[in-house]
Design a protein around this ligand. Structure first.
Ligand code: ADP
Length: 374
């Protein structure tokens, strides 16, 4: 039997972990990425070129199908071009929705998925005073974000006071923006699911995420204090979005649990049309990892079990390389390194602490965080 090969746009750490999961199943991966020695280079061939280089896409697709992505800001036109010859998961249409915060919010509304109040503003067609009107209509505090190209909390402004607002409006804004009601959430959750072309879905347990400076720091899996009803509602939202987008593969839906602890009020924040940082714990903590389930879904193979086995805390390594031996001396700790140069604010690896007892795992994760300076 010949070895199947998947084509992947992007060769970062998500590509590396996809490649590792695929290799175990006898599936090869070929990547396209403009970066010099990207993380996925250790698990498959990398075509070094810009994402919109059509000749390079042809090379990427030689003997490979389907095409998938591990970085959501790849040009949708590149996916559209690839779709002339192979199936692409996600489709260019689904990617266009998730690349634009305003379209994403519209799709939430269409699917009956609750979200915070928002207003879009486009400098191409609207004068600057309409930006102020949009902010006034929502009311401070607000979070303003660029409609496109945001990641890890970049290109966002939190406006709490009149003086924040004056300063913000004093600058010239040339990019389409979205103004969002600031959500006084008590915690952030995410749900990760996989869907096959025929519509079969599988969902992981809700997880609890802690961000600082817009970057994910820690994921607790499964999230504590989740009722079966809350889990079912989150799955229902994610399933509705997947169906609306004709989505195939692994998708993450980031949620705010608003109001008071235990309120059960879920508001959708955003969709990640790919494997997600809040699902890294599944490598050690679930029967089937998100990476393997993505490979299975896009090859139209039966999905693997998504139940958690024990408890996990995943700690991101951001701009630090803690001592491997010290980390691995902590029982239940697994060290993941992405092979990237260490720079401030950059995700360079993660540590997952696994165990049977959530309390013990939390203490051990705190020890990892001390070593990682987080
Ligand atoms: P990115 O796409 O850059 O990851 P997000 O929109 O997910 O950006 O925002 C990053 C983080 O900023 C969120 O996880 C949350 O902690 C905070 N945040 C974003 N939007 C809001 C909001 N409307 N209200 C409160 N906090 C927010």
């Amino acid at each position: 039997m010949s070895q199947p090969m998947i084509a992947i746009l992007g060769a970062g750490q998500l590509g590396r972990m996809l490649g590792l999961a695929a290799a175990r199943m006898g599936v090869a991966c070929r990547f396209l990425d403009p970066a010099e020695s990207p993380p996925a280079g250790v698990v498959g061939e990398v075509v070094g070129a810009e994402f919109d280089d059509r000749k390079a896409i042809d090379v990427l697709l030689r003997g490979a199908a389907p095409l998938t992505i591990e970085f959501e800001n790849v040009p949708a036109a590149a996916v559209e071009y690839a779709a002339r010859s192979v199936a692409t998961y996600p489709s260019a249409a689904a990617l266009r929705v998730t690349q634009c915060r305003a379209s994403e919010k519209r799709v939430f509304a269409e699917c009956g998925v609750p979200t915070n109040r928002t207003a879009a503003w486009d400098p191409g067609s609207q004068p600057a005073d309409e930006l102020r009107a949009a902010i006034d209509a929502i009311g401070l505090p607000v979070v303003v974000k660029t409609q496109y190209n945001g990641y890890d909390g970049k290109f966002q402004w939190v406006l709490r006071s009149e003086s924040d607002l004056e300063k913000f409006l004093g600058d010239t804004h040339r990019l389409p923006l979205i103004v969002e009601e600031f959500v006084p959430f008590w915690r952030e959750l995410s749900i990760i699911g996989a869907r096959r072309p025929g519509g079969q879905t599988a969902f992981y347990p809700l997880v609890e995420n802690t961000h600082a400076g817009g970057i994910l720091r820690r994921t607790v899996a499964p999230a504590p204090k989740v009722t079966p009803e809350l889990q079912a509602r989150a799955e229902g939202y994610a399933r509705a979005l997947m169906e609306r987008l004709g989505y195939v593969g692994v998708m993450a839906l980031e949620l705010f649990e608003a109001g008071t602890p235990g309120s059960g009020v879920l508001l959708a924040n955003e969709i990640a049309p790919r494997v997600h940082n809040s699902g890294h714990w599944t490598i050690e903590g679930a029967r089937t990892s998100q990476f393997e389930n993505h490979v299975r879904a896009i090859l139209d193979l039966p999905l693997g079990e998504t139940a958690a086995v024990g408890s996990c805390v995943m700690v991101n390594l951001i701009g630090v390389e803690p001592d491997r031996a010290a980390v691995l001396a902590i029982p239940g700790a697994s060290y993941h390194w992405y092979g990237k140069a260490v720079r401030a604010g950059r995700k360079v690896g993660h540590v997952t602490v696994w165990g049977d007892d959530a309390g013990v795992v939390a203490e051990r994760a705190a020890a990892v965080e001390r070593l990682a300076g987080s």
